[in-house]
Write a protein of this length. Structure first.
Length: 346
C-alpha cells in the first residue's frame, strides 16, 4: 500500500451508470487512456494515519498459531481433464491462477508460477500444475498489475505471440516485454478470440472494487477488474481477479444472468479495517456469489501466499460455513484443493 489521501479528504465518486450494451473491440487495438484511473476508486486508499496504525499494531502476518495449519493446506494435483470444444473445465493452480478450458481454448488467469513474489515469503503450497504439463496456452487474462497477479517471470515463459487480455493502461507494460498480441479493455468492453479448429470465446472486462500499483509512481495508472469468459453455447465463467465486496457484483449479474461459475477471492482480508475495501472476506465472497446469481462458486486467493494476518486455514472453514448458511446445494461450492480440477456438465 502507498500513502494516499485519508478518509476525510476523499469524496467517493457516484457510481457511473454502466453502458447499455457491452462494446466489442478489435484484438490488438492501439488505444489512448487517461493518465489516471483514480476516479474509478470507490473508497480512498490508505493515508498516513492508517499506515501509522498498521505500523503500531504490527498485524501484517499470521501469528505462530495461525501458521500451524500450513501442513494441512489442501494440495491434490492431478492430470488436466480431457476436453473438447464443448467442454468447460477449470483447474486451480493456486492463488488467482486458473487453467480455464472453454471452447477448446486453454486460458490462464493471472498466472503466477514463481516460487515467491516481491515482499512475501515463499509460497505455502507448490504450483498445482507443472508448467511442462500445460497444453499450449491460447490466451492469458490479467486482472490488474499487483505482483501477485502480474508476474513477469511467469509471462516470460510464454511465446511472445500469446494473446494477452489486460486492463486499460497495461498494454504498454506488456509490449515492452515484446508481446505482440495485447488487447487492453475498459470496463464493460469485450473482444472475441477465434482460433482455427476451436470455438470463438468472448472476453469481457468487468469492474472490481480494487486498485492498481506496481512502482512508486504509477498508482492507479492502469485499470483493475475481472473477466467474464463465454462460449457460443452460452456457458460463462466469471473470474473476479482481486476485489472487495460492493455494488458491482449485482450489476455484473444483471448483465450476465445465471453465470455458470464464479471464481471468487476469499483470502488476504485481515486486519479487516485495513483490507475490507479491496479484499472480500469469505462471507462477503459468498454474498457476492448470491448477488451475481452464479450457479457455482470456486474460492481462490488463499492458501498460497502469506499476504495478511488471518490464520492460513481460516478462509476455507469460513467459506464452507457461510455457504452452508445459504441453504444452497453443497456441490455448488467448488472448494478445490490446489491442483484439482472440475468439469462443468454439458
Amino acid at each position: 500500500m502507498t500513502e494516499q489521501t485519508d478518509q476525510a479528504e476523499f469524496t467517493a465518486p457516484a457510481p457511473a451508470p454502466a453502458p447499455p450494451l457491452t462494446a466489442t473491440r478489435p484484438l490488438g487495438e492501439l488505444r489512448h487512456w487517461p493518465r489516471s484511473f483514480a476516479d474509478r476508486l470507490v473508497h480512498p486508499l490508505p493515508g498516513v494515519r492508517a499506515l501509522a496504525r498498521l505500523a503500531r499494531e504490527g498485524a501484517l502476518r499470521p501469528s505462530p498459531a495461525g501458521l500451524r495449519g500450513i501442513a494441512e493446506l489442501p494440495f491434490a494435483p492431478g492430470p488436466l481433464p480431457a476436453v473438447d470444444t464443448g467442454t468447460v473445465a477449470v483447474t486451480w493452480a493456486g492463488h488467482a491462477s486458473w487453467v480455464v478450458r472453454i471452447g477448446g481454448l486453454t486460458v490462464l488467469t493471472d498466472p503466477v508460477w514463481s516460487r515467491r513474489i516481491l515482499g512475501t515469503p515463499p509460497r505455502l503450497t507448490p504450483v498445482g500444475v507443472r508448467w511442462e504439463d500445460l497444453p499450449p496456452i491460447d490466451a492469458v487474462v490479467i486482472s490488474h498489475n499487483h505482483y501477485d497477479h502480474l508476474d513477469a517471470p511467469t509471462l516470460r515463459r510464454l511465446p511472445r505471440h500469446t494473446p494477452l487480455f489486460v486492463p486499460a493502461g497495461l498494454a504498454r507494460w506488456c509490449r515492452r516485454r515484446r508481446f505482440t498480441r495485447v488487447t487492453e479493455l475498459d470496463w464493460w468492453e469485450a473482444a472475441e478470440l477465434d482460433v482455427p479448429g476451436r470455438e470463438p470465446v468472448r472476453f469481457e472486462f468487468v469492474p472490481a472494487h480494487h486498485w492498481s500499483k506496481r512502482s512508486l509512481t504509477d498508482t492507479c495508472r492502469s485499470l483493475w477488474g475481472g473477466w467474464v469468459l463465454g462460449d457460443r453455447r452460452g456457458r460463462r465463467v466469471y473470474f473476479a481477479g482481486d476485489t472487495g465486496y460492493g455494488h458491482w457484483f449485482k450489476e455484473i449479474g444483471r448483465r450476465h444472468p445465471a453465470l455458470d461459475l464464479a471464481l471468487l477471492p476469499i483470502g488476504a482480508y485481515a486486519p479487516r479495517w485495513w483490507l475490507r475495501d479491496v479484499h472480500a472476506d469469505p462471507e462477503e465472497a459468498v454474498q457476492a456469489c448470491e448477488d451475481l446469481g452464479a450457479r457455482r462458486m470456486a474460492p481462490m486467493h488463499w492458501g498460497t501466499f502469506v499476504l495478511s494476518a488471518e490464520p492460513v486455514l481460516e478462509p476455507l472453514a469460513r467459506v464452507r460455513a457461510a455457504w452452508a448458511r445459504t441453504g444452497r446445494p453443497r456441490d455448488g461450492l467448488w472448494d478445490l484443493p490446489v491442483g484439482s480440477s472440475r468439469v462443468l456438465a454439458a
